[in-house]
Design a protein around this ligand. Structure first.
Ligand code: 26W
Length: 816
């Protein structure tokens, strides 16, 4: 079918005018940029909402197999610019708004990011929705409608401050549409009752003690250059009004109101933890609320389309984005068993062929477990079902390894101990038809280190699907100059088929193309330079190397290794008259989980070091350190196109994949990185000559830790390391207040340096030296940068989604 791209400018302008008046109560003569932007978005949303409904109603979609992507996080970023690109209306709307005297670029800058996610996992979910719609695989994304997204970050004397993130305007968010007819009820607490049904069979049912309402909000996910618009359905928790008292013991009115208030708060705020499980009751309530609403909605759609419940696994796949939505499994089983009265075997046959699970981390502290007590109190029937699943699992294990208690202990969903706990990852592996890691090396480690026994018990269940990023947002939209240059050489096919970028390879040695490519990079660096000047009052030199580390703050990501290298440069610039280096600007942007003390200390240390270096007259332009506050998608869109060097320096074996590494390489940055996550595959694609690999590999890391790692061995024998680290001990960066930066230093010495920063320091400094030298040869740098853009086509999320569709979901595209 053809795409209806006919754009009626007059009608569009009339709609904008209408919304200015009817929705924003203002007039064209009085409206500010904010009002113009909202009116424009409401006008555009007329089309996306219509197409959302048309897609939903299309019998081809209703009868097609589809995927349901369940995630507690969707870090979608600003929608307007991206939607304009997908709708093919960017130029047209630029003109239409210009005739109102409004500059589209400025209007787009007005939009706040919906930050409904923490980092990699949430952003991946957003890229996947974009690719599902672009590839037209029938899909629904299910998430939560948090009132506050990830906190807003600012610095006070270098220390992170958190403030609530209000992403919705008082007048509403133009792109979303409320769907009251899809509202669901969700229970909590209460008890399980046994009863005899009309056929004389024993049945069980859950009588919740508290009920809340799940209200559905749909955001349109607009397919690039096609007619498909899929919903990202976000559930908002509301207290049921009038709240029913019958379920409360003694009908305690005040207690009922307390619950009423609590219930209203369920989706108030996104938990800001990344890779750390805190096991809070409210978080489990959010997870169950999300799962109950989503599973009920999937069943509603399935049945409304006239399909039998017995055919659920034939038509629906449910992908669990990490273990956060695991409770959807016992929820579906509960409905099949207690409401549809299927036998266990029939219910299990459906549920175990419907769910698939993606693992995003090997870090033990990130693997979720929930105490039996809490589970039993909050979700008594689900806890029973989990025990039933485990009983059968233990039977299978005992059958496979007779008499092997150790295997039972390791594979059990229930972790024994002072308090029994439910291991959500074990529950997932035992109850899904496919489990996948997110990069080749990560998947190998899942098989080898995390689930070796499960891999034996369920051969073929473990898959790899290497992550990817959407080329629409992360190249076409964020880097218009590079996009235009690429398209001038190879046409526009790359936007939907990123592998076509390899056609650029033949221009890698072309002097003119090298100059054009570097010219674009320079312009992007100038754009970031201007942004930094305007927003931070800092002057940086766009001719310097822009060296970028942007990601959540975590010890395993080793921002402090980067800091140590900066300290070593500072030391040498001041103390070694012979030391010369290319001017470099080190750019950080990163949020620390509010409860992660050391991460916040590392931010403080970087900020304090930056303050001193940036104002040291001996250093001048040669070395600058910029920590940009409030890292978010819209900031990444400015930083990534400006990066020369991409810092991907995690301890080998700790970063499951990384996706920022892909975004920066795609935009022509050279990676300095360890053999970790998707860095391994980026190296495979670009070739060893076009990437700077350093440090211990995963086997060396494990061997060193097995033999007993002692950071002092490195501290005592490497003078540059010792000098650099000791700079943090005095008051060099905190005049008059010695020791203020000790926490970071301490963690690397007496603290045992759990992520082997000191072990990798020397090799890292060497790799950085090679970068410095290489940048001196601009022609060969240009060639390397071009080859990075040309050879990163594999890392399109379109390819990831096709891998899921072909190898896990068994989905066919449906074009409309
Ligand atoms: C329960 C607390 C919690 C919260 C978030 C635990 C774990 C998480 C996420 C799984 C953390 C995360 O975002 N992981 C990242 O996922 C990306 C997408 O697959 C990968 O590229 C990153 O390497 C991985 O760290």
């Amino acid at each position: 079918s053809t795409v209806n791209k006919r754009f009626n400018k007059t009608a569009f302008q009339a709609a904008v005018n209408k919304y200015l008046v009817t929705k924003l109560a203002t007039l064209p003569e009085q409206a500010d940029a904010h009002a113009w932007r909202l009116a424009m978005e409401y006008a555009l949303a007329e089309t996306t909402t219509m197409n959302l409904l048309a897609t939903e109603q299309d019998p081809k979609i209703k009868n097609a197999r589809s995927v349901n992507y369940l995630s507690l996080e969707f870090l979608i970023g600003r929608l307007t610019g991206n939607n304009l690109i997908s709708m093919g209306l960017y130029e047209e709307v630029t003109v239409a708004m210009a005739e109102f005297g409004q500059n589209l670029t400025d209007l787009l800058e007005e939009e706040r990011d919906p930050a409904l996610g923490n980092g990699g996992l949430g952003r991946l979910a957003a890229c996947f929705m974009d690719s599902l719609a672009a590839e037209e695989y029938p899909a629904v994304g299910y998430g939560l409608h948090y009132e506050y997204g990830l906190f807003k970050q600012s610095f006070n004397d270098g220390r992170q401050q958190e403030a609530p993130d209000v992403w919705r305007d008082e007048t509403g968010y133009p792109w979303e549409v409320i769907r009251p007819e899809l509202a669901q009820k969700v229970g909590f607490y209460g008890k399980v009752e046994e009863y005899t049904d009309n056929d004389g069979l024993n049945q069980r049912r859950w009588l919740p003690g508290l009920q809340v309402e799940g209200m559905a909000w749909d955001l349109p996910i607009v397919g690039y250059n096609n007619n498909s618009v899929y919903p990202l359905r976000l559930w908002e928790c509301r207290a049921l009004a009038p709240f029913s008292l019958e379920r409360f013991d003694e009908g305690n009115y005040v207690a009922a109101q307390a619950s009423h208030i609590q219930a209203g708060n369920l989706t108030k705020v996104l938990y800001p933890n990344d890779n750390h499980d805190k096991g809070k009751e409210l978080r489990l309530m959010q997870q169950y609320f999300h799962c109950a609403c989503s599973v009920a909605d999937i069943l509603r759609r399935h049945q409304a389309a006239g399909h039998s419940i017995l055919d659920l696994a034939k038509l629906e796949s449910i992908q669990l984005n990490d273990t956060h939505p695991t409770i959807a499994i016992p929820e579906l089983l509960r409905i099949l068993l207690d409401e549809h009265h299927l036998s266990w075997d029939d219910a299990w046959a459906i549920s175990s062929k419907t769910f698939a699970y993606t693992n995003h981390t090997l870090l033990p502290e990130a693997l979720e477990t929930w105490g039996e007590q809490l589970m039993t109190t909050l979700l008594p029937r689900h806890m029973e079902i989990i025990f039933d699943i485990n009983l059968r699992l233990m039977g299978e294990v005992a059958h496979k390894w007779p008499g092997d208690i150790e295997k039972l202990r390791k594979l059990s969903i229930i972790q024994e101990g002072d308090e029994r706990r439910v291991r959500m990852a074990n529950l997932c592996v035992a109850s899904t038809y496919a489990v996948n890691g997110v990069a080749a090396m990560h998947t190998e480690l899942v098989k080898r280190d995390l689930f070796p026994e499960f891999n034996e018990l369920f051969p073929g269940r473990l898959h790899n699907v290497t992550n990817g990023v959407t080329p629409r947002r992360w190249l076409k939209f964020c880097n218009p100059k590079l996009s235009a240059l690429i398209s001038s050489k190879i046409g526009t096919g790359w936007i939907k088929d990123l592998g076509q970028l390899q056609k650029l390879e033949k221009f890698a040695d072309d002097s003119q193309f090298q100059m054009d490519f570097m010219c674009v990079k320079k312009a992007n660096k100038q754009r970031l330079t201007d942004w930094v000047a305007e927003n931070m009052g800092l002057t940086i030199n766009p001719d310097a190397i822009f060296d970028v580390q942007i990601k959540r703050l975590h010890e395993y990501k080793r921002q402090h290794l980067n800091l140590l290298h900066i300290l070593s440069l500072y030391h040498r610039l001041i103390n070694d008259a012979d030391f010369k280096m290319q001017p470099r600007v080190f750019i950080f942007a990163s949020k620390a989980a509010p409860g992660y003390e050391l991460a916040k200390e590392i931010i403080f240390a970087i900020n304090k070091v930056a303050e001193k270096i940036n104002n040291d007259p001996r250093i001048g332009d040669t070395l600058k350190v910029v920590f940009i506050p409030d890292y978010r998608v819209s900031l990444a869109e400015i930083i990534i196109p400006a990066a020369d060097v991409s810092e991907q320096i995690s301890t080998a074996g700790k970063e499951a994949s990384g996706t920022g590494n892909m975004k920066m390489a795609l935009n022509g940055a050279l990676t300095v990185g360890t053999m970790d996550g998707a860095n391994v595959e980026i190296r495979e694609e670009v070739g060893d000559d076009n990437i700077f690999i350093f440090g211990l590999n995963v086997d060396e890391v494990q061997a060193l830790q097995a033999k007993g790692y002692n950071p002092y061995d490195y501290y005592n024998s490497d003078q540059l390391l010792r000098t650099s680290l000791d700079l943090l001990a005095g008051d060099e960066f905190t005049p008059g207040q010695p020791g203020l930066l000790n926490a970071t230093r301490h963690s690397l010495l007496a603290g045992g340096d759990p992520y082997l920063v000191l072990a990798d320091f020397a090799d890292y400094v060497q790799a950085q030296g090679r970068i410095d030298k290489q940048y001196g040869d601009q022609k060969s740098w240009a060639k390397m940068a071009i080859l990075n853009t040309a050879r990163n086509g594999k890392f399109s999320s379109d390819r990831s989604i096709r891998d899921y569709a072909n190898n896990i979901w068994q989905l066919n595209a449906v074009s409309r």
